[in-house]
Ligand binder design. Structure first.
Ligand SMILES: O=C(O)CCC(=O)C(=O)O
Ligand SMILES: [Fe+2]
Length: 346
């Protein structure tokens, strides 16, 4: 066992188990009906609805994203994280701008064993200037790209355009699965604040004490994740709370519904906890695309999905302020719990 900085060490109950369960994988859904039978999607819609309700997570194949495009972004991400620290630090995130390179993120106040590079899908992006509720000031932020690796920006732009197409197909399928018109949710994304993260998990000398990302739920609408062929993502199974290792399926993307879908669906589709385990030999890369609405969106249960028998379970909250509060908390090791949707539960 090697020595690691105590900031990375998880409390006993959150440390990974020596043998993760991978007997049952999350559902695998074939999206080819979208191309082959666009007029009869009811079977696919049921499959997606079941996966959202029972797991909150699924993988998709035949999604239409060219594998060349994925390989290109994965290769560019590898080159970026292999750059010397001084190069990566030239595009570091800072207090004013949450985009760029960062190597000391904390999840639930324990440091993650990872390095990240974040960028916004819209560039520039307009978001609230601070997390203070009364402060109405907005700020305009630009992505930071490394000058020494121009291919990173190009590969990310191409892959992100594909992620966006896939995200909106999934959004429509999930809307249908909730009994809503397929375009019911599209209006929330006029000035979307979606973002993409490149994750790099270096080999860790003490993988039994640390996590690549501590347990958390994604805050957005949905996440599309490309993981490489090194397993690491674990999902908390809804039926029994066991951590299930998501075995990589070549070329597949992993989809999960985030907190906003939980609120919109009034708890029908729960945002499920997940985490990343690291290992002592292999490095691992992953690329999540987080679909986020416009910053001025008020997130609340959809009126079509509530009634007297099933009243709203959440108070509305402002998405831009929620994210600003979360970013503020992630930058610092706070002694209080970071903002969660449970704080808006009625
Ligand atoms: O690396 C992964 O597999 C998942 C990362 C993740 O959950 C996140 O960045 O929110
Ligand atoms: Fe996540």
């Amino acid at each position: 066992m090697g020595e690691v900085d105590p900031a990375f060490i998880q409390a006993l109950e959150h440390r990974p188990k020596p043998h993760s369960i991978e007997a049952q994988n999350i559902p695998l859904i074939d999206l080819s009906p979208l191309i082959k039978h666009p007029d009869s999607l009811s079977g696919l819609v049921v499959e997606i609805g079941d996966a959202c309700q029972n797991w909150g997570f699924f993988q998709v194949i035949n999604h239409g994203v060219p594998s060349k495009c994925r390989q290109k972004v994965e290769s560019a991400a590898r080159k970026f994280f292999a750059l010397p620290k001084e190069e990566k630090r030239k595009v570091s995130r800072d207090e004013g701008n949450p985009f760029g390179y960062y190597d000391s993120e904390h999840t639930k106040n324990v440091r993650d064993w990872k390095e990240v590079f974040d960028f916004a899908v819209q560039n520039p992006i307009i978001i609230p200037a601070s997390h203070e509720p009364a402060d109405m000031e907005m700020k305009e932020l630009f992505n930071k790209w490394p000058e020494s690796l121009p291919e990173l920006r190009e590969a990310c732009d191409e892959h992100t355009a594909e992620m966006e197409k896939l995200a909106f197909k999934l959004l429509e399928l999930i809307a249908l699965s909730l009994g809503l018109p397929k375009d019911r949710l599209n209006g929330f994304f006029k000035d979307q604040t979606s973002r993409v993260r490149l994750n790099y998990y270096p080999p860790c000398p003490a993988p039994h004490l640390t996590l690549g990302v501590g347990r958390h739920k994604d805050t957005g609408v949905l996440t599309i994740l490309a993981q490489d062929n090194v397993a690491g993502l674990e999902v908390k199974r809804k039926t029994d709370g066991q951590w299930i290792l998501v075995k990589p399926t070549p070329d597949a993307y992993i989809i999960n519904v985030g907190d906003i879908f939980q609120v919109w669906s009034n708890d029908k589709y729960e945002s499920v906890e997940h985490r990343v385990v690291v290992n002592s030999e292999k490095e691992r890369f992953s690329i999540p695309y987080f679909l986020y609405p416009s910053h001025y969106t008020w997130v609340e249960p959809l009126e079509e999905l509530i009634n007297e028998q099933n009243p709203a379970r959440f108070k509305r909250y402002n998405w831009g302020k929620f994210r600003a509060t979360r970013n503020y908390g992630n930058l610092k090791k706070l002694n209080v719990e970071n903002i969660q949707i449970s704080h808006f539960r009625i």
